[in-house]
Design a protein around this ligand. Structure first.
Ligand code: ARG
Length: 267
């Protein structure tokens, strides 16, 4: 299974670099360090643009509100941009394109409720973490599936390229069938239509999706525990240091807690 994920990542990378080659002949190529490509747009300069990539199908971290992208990550990114004196621009793309966009230098940072994993660390650098999360299992209210051990041999829906996908794919050896959807909510809809037996997805979007769909419940036991962080291009320590400094300020002055409290009500 790892192979498939890798193949997908490579394909996306190739597509990304093809577009990068076709792109603009960059005006400030002279200023770019020798080891970055001309298409690298991740300069960090006060007054400049700070480009964030995300996949806005993940409430309460990022979702559409009319023609705006809102949510915890969008607000954290805005607060970081404010700290850096830069103008935030948000690009909404497929989740599995986020890392390739960062690698190819088309965006400064990825905020997408993105879990830190060793595999991803081979391609990008991560900031300090800003949230704890876990993969949860959603089933029908009358389901006999009671916990992670019951995922063997059934059909499980996930969002393509997420850690849910990664970990459930390990169960393919135990005869589990994995259905991969481009949006998490599509997996939840498939569950309510009886096309899959369970969905594995991050806890907060699970709560949102279940509250919007009749007849579903979230199992208590988590599948995995994880942490979210911001992804930047490997080796871009200037940007990473600035992001970490901004995060530290936002943690210390209470802004981060305020943002989270706006979207997640404590139980
Ligand atoms: N935390 C999971 C991961 O890193 C899922 C993130 C999905 N995020 C999104 N914006 N769709 O793989």
């Amino acid at each position: 299974m790892k192979k498939k994920v890798l193949a997908l990542t490579l394909a996306a990378l190739m597509a990304a670099s093809l577009t990068a080659c076709g792109g603009s002949s960059n005006s400030n190529a002279t200023e770019a360090p020798a080891d970055t490509t001309a298409a690298d747009k991740t300069e960090v300069a006060e007054g400049g643009k700070l480009v964030m990539v995300t996949n806005a199908e993940f409430p309460p971290y990022e979702f559409h509100d009319g023609d705006k992208i809102v949510g915890i990550d969008a607000e954290i990114a805005q607060a970081i941009a404010d700290e850096l004196g830069m103008e935030l621009e948000i690009e909404d793309i497929a989740f599995d394109s986020i890392i390739p966009e960062i690698v190819s230098g088309k965006a400064h940072m990825g905020l997408a409720g993105m879990t830190v994993t060793d595999e991803r660390k081979q391609n990008v650098d991560f900031s300090d973490t800003y949230a704890a999360a876990s993969q949860k299992i959603i089933v029908k209210e009358d389901s006999e599936i009671a916990g992670p051990d019951d995922l063997e041999g059934i059909i499980v829906g996930v969002q393509l390229g997420t850690t849910g996908d990664l970990y459930v794919s390990d169960l393919e050896e135990q005869n589990t069938t994995v259905e991969r959807y481009s949006k998490g909510f599509e997996a939840v809809q498939a569950l309510s239509q009886g096309k899959v037996d369970a969905v594995v997805i991050d806890g907060e979007p699970a709560k949102t999706f279940v509250s919007q769909t009749a007849g579903l419940k979230i199992l208590e036991e988590s599948f995995t525990d994880e942490e979210y962080a911001i992804a930047v291009k490997k080796g871009n320590t200037e940007l990473l240091d600035k992001i970490n400094a901004a995060l530290k300020t936002l943690k210390e002055n209470g802004t981060l807690d305020e943002i989270v409290a706006k979207y997640i009500t404590a139980e």
